[in-house]
Design a protein around this ligand. Structure first.
Ligand SMILES: *Cc1c(COP(=O)(O)O)cnc(C)c1O
Length: 384
């Protein structure tokens, strides 16, 4: 059996090696390292794939979130609501811009922001909501957009983990994750569903004016060379990364499909096992759908109830099975983001999830032998 990895970037590279290497060489020969033709080509192709008017590439996903918030003109003191159960980047940029982060609880079944908690957190100072499409499936965007409209709030989608996922509205129409709110932010970190070979990110929007503002912000606030109209940042996608991304983009659907196939095999093994809760696929899907792409499984995350999660993690590591705990500490308990405003009773779900979750190896190169070994090892452990 091949060694099991949490993410197998090498195996994926082998398949696209010739194309990527040729593309790299092209960039090296033209020496257009920043904002070269490859970046423009990738931007256009991603706009077409997402069916969004504007993609603005940038240096990483954290920058994408920050620049989106700068572009919307959020001001110090504005309250921004986001989920307590996510990667810190989301709340970090809110704090960095001196906006006020307001963390709220999530759903125990799909791990995404809880709509009732979101509603309760709204005050006259609230200016924006940042739903995070955690582990590869969209938050309840229809409800979020309704709330945003009612209270005149911006919606910034953190779609770092859900690129390529579809959101299905009640009436059956679909939209790609990150293209529903005012603006979407994604990451091309190597382990993400569409990953490059270094850092990369992008911002999506259908708003022409916002797109124009953001294009200046990513480049030192310049709209005309050496005229700095607004305070900007230096955040660009380099051409070598764009070359990798443009080679991978046509394969993104098949990459996501491979993740779904692995998730289905995991589900089959764990369905009905006492103490093991398989991930819920929301958005109208009863099981993992073959065609709708409502969950692209950036992570495959189980909840363990009445099973010692940390002991299982240790056991799996001893059996050469890597696994992850995303995330072990709720953001409201992190030193940097703790606040006396928060009551523990408002975070019952996150406080529980951090003790229960375990994410299994998930990538495009998992084979049956590896999956069987992983599921059998876990089931044998549970059955003691
Ligand atoms: C990865 C990630 C980010 C940040 O992306 P970087 O490219 O690493 O800066 C932001 N939000 C979420 C939910 C992520 O998973």
């Amino acid at each position: 059996m091949r060694k099991i990895q949490m993410v197998d970037l090498k195996g994926q590279y082998e398949e696209i090696k010739e194309e990527v290497n040729a593309s790299f060489e092209e960039v090296l020969e033209t020496t257009a390292f920043i904002n070269g033709p490859k970046v423009h080509q990738f931007q256009k192709n991603l706009e077409a794939y997402l069916d969004v008017k504007h993609v603005i590439p940038c240096a990483n996903g954290t920058d994408a979130l920050q620049i989106a918030m700068m572009g919307l003109g959020l001001k110090p003191g504005d309250e921004v609501i986001t989920a307590d159960f996510t990667f810190a980047a989301t709340v970090e940029v809110i704090a960095l811009l001196q906006l006020t982060p307001v963390l709220v609880d999530v759903n125990e079944d799909d791990f995404n922001i809880n709509i009732e908690a979101l509603k309760e957190a709204i005050t006259p100072k609230t200016k924006a909501i940042v739903p995070v499409h955690l582990f590869g499936q969209c938050a309840n965007m229809e409800a979020i957009m309704e709330i945003a409209k009612e209270h005149n709030l911006f919606v910034i989608e953190d779609t770092a983990q859900a690129i390529g996922a579809n959101y299905t509205y009640k009436n059956g129409t679909k939209a790609k994750a990150g293209t529903i709110g005012n603006v979407g932010a994604t990451s091309f970190f190597p382990s993400k569903n569409l990953g490059c070979y270094g850092d990369g990110g992008a911002i999506f929007t259908n708003d022409d004016e916002l797109a124009h503002t953001i294009r200046g912000i990513v480049n030192h606030g310049m709209y005309e060379r050496y005229h700095h109209d607004v305070v900007g940042v230096n955040s660009r996608l380099d051409s070598l990364q764009a070359a990798v991304l443009d080679a991978k983009l046509p394969r993104l659907n098949s990459y996501n499909k491979k993740r779904q196939v692995a998730a289905r095999k995991y589900n089959q093994a764990f369905k009905g096992i006492e103490g093991v809760i398989i991930p819920k696929v929301s958005n109208g899907c009863l099981d993992i759908c073959d065609t709708c792409d409502c969950h692209v499984f950036h992570q495959y995350t189980l909840r363990l109830v009445g099973i010692d999660r940390d002991a299982l993690v240790k056991h799996l590591n001893e059996k050469s099975i890597p696994c992850g705990v995303y995330y072990p500490i709720p953001l409201h308990k992190q030193k940097a983001y703790a606040d006396t405003r928060y009551n523990e009773s408002d975070f019952t779900v996150t406080n529980q999830l951090v003790k229960e979750v375990i994410s299994l190896p998930m990538h495009t190169e998992l084979d049956n032998e590896q999956i069987n070994y992983i599921t059998n090892t876990i089931l044998n452990y549970i059955n003691g």
